[in-house]
Each structure stands twice: as C-alpha cells, then as structure tokens.
Write a protein that binds this ligand. Sequence first.
Ligand code: FMN
Length: 309
Amino acid sequence: MILAPMAGLTHSALRQIVFGFGGVGLLSTEMLSARSLPSESPRVSPYLIRTDLEKPLSYQLLISTAGDIAQAIDALHKLKADAIDLNMGCPAPAVGRMGAGIRLMEKPEEVRLIVGEARKRTQLPLTAKIRLGMELDEQKLKDFCTMLEDEGIDILSVHARTKKESFARRPRWEWIAKVKEWLKIPVIANGGIFSVQDAKICLSVSGADGLMIGRGAVTKPWLFAEIAREVYGCEIAEPEVSLPLVYGNFIDLLNELFRPEHRLGRLKQFTPYFAQNYQFGHNLATRVQSSKSVDEARERAGIFFENAT
Ligand SMILES: Cc1cc2nc3c(=O)[nH]c(=O)nc-3n(C[C@H](O)[C@H](O)[C@H](O)COP(=O)(O)O)c2cc1C
C-alpha cells in the first residue's frame, strides 16, 4: 500500500504519523517541480524536509519535457530517494498550462522520451501515476499504459477517474481491471478508498496488485494499519487511536520540522480532513481556519476536543 502524493499534505509530519501506525509500504512526497527541484534546499524546503523514519519514500516529479529529467534525477539521487514517481494525472489548470500532469497523457511521444531518459539515468524503482485519460477512450489508454511499460516503468498507479471527473463521482475501479489485464507490471488502484470495506471492494473489482490511498489516510492516518490487518492479514497491532493525541502530535511535528511561516498553512490544510472523524468536525475546521497562529489553532482545537463526544 502506498500513501498517495498530495500537495500541501504529504509532507514529513503527516508521513511520520502515517508510518507510525504501520501498514503502509511506500510513502510519497507531494509533486515536486522537476525544474526547480535542484535549487531547493533539503534542510529548509517544506517539500524536501524528511527524517530517517520516513522510509521507503518515493519522490514525485512534476515534469513536462525530457530536457528536465537529467538534473531532476541527479537531485533525487542526492536526496536519497527510494523511488521516483512521474506525475501524469494532475488536472489542475496551472499544471496543465505548463504542459504537465494529465496533459502528458495527450503527449505520448514526449512521455516516451521522458520515461526513456529517466530509465537510462536511474536504477531506482521508476513509477508513474495516471488518471484514466482526458475522457474515456479504451484504446488510447491501453496504448499509453503499454508504452509506459515498454519504456521501463516498474509500477503504475491509476486514479480511476478522467480529467473532468470530480471527487463527487464514484471512481471507476472496473477500469483498473482493464489496465491490469493489459500489463505485466504491478498496477496500483487509487481513488475513493476511505475504509476497510472500500479497500476490499476496490481490490475485488479491480484485481489490483496494491492500493494507493490519499484523502482517506489524511482523515485516518491509521487506515493503512487497519487495511493491513483486516484485508491483508498482516500481524500488526490494532491501531489505538486518540484523536486529540494524533492532532497534537501533528502540530508538534510541524513545529519541530518546519520554519514558522510554513506551519499554519499546513495545519489548515490538514484539519478539514482530520475533522471528519467528528460528527461536528466542521466546527474544528472553521475554528482552525480563522486562527492567526499555530498556538491559537492548538488552543481552539483543545477546547473543541474537550467538548466533543
Ligand atoms: C489536496 C490534494 C493534493 C493532491 N496533490 C497531488 C499531487 O501532488 N500529485 C498527484 O499525483 N496527485 C495529487 N492528488 C491526487 C491524489 O494523489 C489522489 O490521486 C486522489 O486524491 C484520489 O485518491 P483518494 O481518493 O485516495 O484521495 C492530490 C489530491 C488532493 C486532495
């Protein structure tokens, strides 16, 4: 099971908490611009700060042209990446304007060059994360996936939605079964897994070789541990969860790891997901959202936890 790359969310603090509960096999950074990566400082950049606890860690590259691969991979080798993922699924307009993310699925010839160049330059596991496409087109998707495999991608993660399909729509796990049929490499199912039950259904519908979980693991950083125990039969401890302790630990880690200006924004991004564990969690999210400092947010959250059932 893999922690999905998520901008603003899958930084060192969240990764440490997820890893602490166990069950996850591979952690991820958020998407990192291949062009600016070489000039980022690993000691200061909130995108790159990591501890020895977060292992194995996959670094995701946001890239639009093969010309940027060499310097990005050199940088990732220096950072001691354990795997390299190529983002081919992000639908954000700003990313599309750069010709990156899901736009790459419209440029298979450029992608062939990117993957071929990356494959030449690294021995690390090289993975790609795609969506189903700009729209549903089975032949186009098949050609794209087999091209990725032929060029040397080791594992393919598939977020089972097209570009335009929002999170409100049910993910099309049955399409992952098609991808699985076309390829020999492991195929990982992504999208809409929030519980043990979801994991079971997704695996049975898709036949995937593994699961990648994003938002569900932000809301419940212990979700991998639950799935590992109940779906994969792993012998790991049943997660003991105290929500106030998890939240407090997250704030402590933000304070420990990041410069002051990088803390509050990340707490505000995390809180709406975590607040879903409470029936009236929107009260927690709005109180933290309007906080002017991490200390104020912590105090407000403390009051919420005292009154929450
Ligand atoms: C806030 C947020 C940021 C995301 N950032 C990235 C990213 O940096 N790279 C990426 O490939 N996908 C990104 N995604 C997509 C997720 O990796 C994942 O494909 C998607 O959320 C579906 O999985 P889920 O239902 O388990 O959350 C992001 C999603 C969210 C909600």
